[in-house]
Write a protein that binds this ligand. Structure first.
Ligand code: FE2
Length: 427
């Protein structure tokens, strides 16, 4: 068989050595060794070859707007929302699209080829929705961009959010969002979860809500989300994003809650970088970090994917589209330091998040879409440790980004001329 591209000599995340043969946009063969002719060979000798990174939680309508119109002085979630509200009236279709496309370029260079982005529907113009629908189309050959209709200012609290969210779904936004903890009352929050899940069930859509993004241990909308997922037969199609209140909840209550989430097939999407930055801002010491209970959820059989949430926007002043940064922070805050847990952190920014997004064509298997990333690391744990360079990114069978390995040149008498931070027991 002749291939268009062979990625040669790499190591898969499970440790197998393999050559990957690609024809058109499909993976045609995965074998220990492929000697067939190929249009191009990418040398991945000794390097990790992984499926692409996946970000299951992002805000592409706000990204790269840092400093517009001013900087978040308190660093809180609520000032971020207020700041976004100040910026919203001055947004233009062109500027939102330009920033989103610039971010997509960053994402491609980092091997991040699937993104679920929330898009604010609390703007009667639905300008960001239109802009991101165009972006979704323009990047489709490279990035799987999935959009969530997100009533940022509250589905009931914002007077036109309800009709605008439904309009956004009519326009082709494919996931139903919500923000129950931002409604005026707990009861409104509860009702919003019910109504939005009913909308999703009626339209055959997935659900991903910003849920309990607060330090208030009594914010328990996740309970209602799990109930509705079960009642409406939405198992496997519902995610609760953030879930930071769970950090502060009563332990006994959580021992009841986690099995309910598992039973209802509700996934969790913590956002480690943002959660530890935004939460606990009203505390003195000890200061809570707001990260939800990831190891406990995994143990209960709940699917968990790590999201990035924000890059250079009203809520977060850093970020580089690097999902390994996200995994690195998640690993630390969750104290997930066993070899199995560290590997799991890599999975949570790749395969687990792809499963949450429902990406059926994802993964390094014959017949699937030929998208992958070659990393300057020997295995997933080393990739997280190094936040390893993406040496080559392949999207749907085409090489879309390449860079040199990260070797520093040294000038130290009697020492080697260059140094790599890759680990070898021979040292
Ligand atoms: Fe978010």
């Amino acid at each position: 068989m002749e291939f268009d591209l062979i990625v040669k000599g790499g190591r898969l995340p499970d440790g197998r050595g393999a050559d990957i043969g690609i024809k058109g946009d499909r993976i045609a063969a995965i074998e220990p060794r492929l000697d067939a002719p190929a249009g191009r060979v990418v040398d991945a000798t000794g390097n990790l070859v992984a499926p692409p990174f996946v970000d299951p939680h992002f805000h592409m309508d706000a990204t790269l707007s840092y400093g517009l119109p001013r900087i978040n002085a308190s660093g809180t979630l609520l000032e971020g929302i207020a700041l976004w509200g100040e910026l919203k009236p001055s947004l233009t279709h062109e500027a939102v699209k330009r920033r989103a496309l610039a971010y997509c370029d960053w994402a491609v260079s980092m091997g991040l080829l699937a993104i679920r982005s929330h898009v604010d529907t609390c703007d009667d113009r639905l300008l960001a929705v239109e802009a991101l629908l165009e972006v979704r189309k323009e990047v489709a050959s490279v990035i799987d961009l999935q959009l969530v209709a997100f009533p940022q200012d509250g589905y009931y609290r914002s007077p036109t959010a309800r009709q605008n969210t439904l309009r956004a779904l009519d326009m082709g936004v494919e996931v139903v969002g919500g923000i129950p903890h931002f409604e005026r009352t707990m009861e409104d929050g509860r009702r919003s979860v019910t109504e939005l899940c009913e909308v999703a069930a009626a339209r055959g859509l997935m659900v991903d809500m910003h849920c309990d993004e607060t330090d208030d241990p009594l914010s328990r909308h996740i309970e209602q989300l799990a109930f509705e997922a079960q009642r409406l037969g939405l198992q496997g199609r519902v995610a609760g994003s953030h879930l930071t209140s769970m950090h502060s909840m009563d332990n006994y209550y959580v021992s009841k809650l986690l099995p309910l989430m598992a039973e209802a097939g509700v996934a969790a999407i913590p956002n480690p970088l943002i959660n530890i930055v935004l939460q606990g801002r009203h505390d003195t010491y000890p200061k809570r970090r707001g990260m939800t209970r990831v190891p406990e959820m995994l143990k209960a059989g709940i699917r968990v994917g790590f999201g990035q949430d924000c890059v250079l926007d009203p809520w977060y002043s850093l970020g580089t589209a690097d999902m390994l940064d996200v995994a690195f922070m998640g690993l630390h805050v969750g104290q997930m330091t066993s070899p199995a847990d560290m590997k799991r952190c890599f999975d949570m920014v790749t395969a687990e998040s792809a499963a949450i997004m429902g990406l059926a064509d994802y993964g390094l298997e014959v017949g699937r879409k030929a998208s992958l990333v070659v990393l300057d690391a020997g295995d997933p744990v080393e990739a997280v440790r190094l936040r390893a360079a993406r040496l080559c990114v392949v999207a749907a069978g085409k090489v879309v980004s390449e860079r040199d390995a990260a070797h520093a040149r040294l000038s130290l008498p009697g020492r080697p001329g260059s140094v790599s931070r890759r680990f070898s027991r021979d040292v």
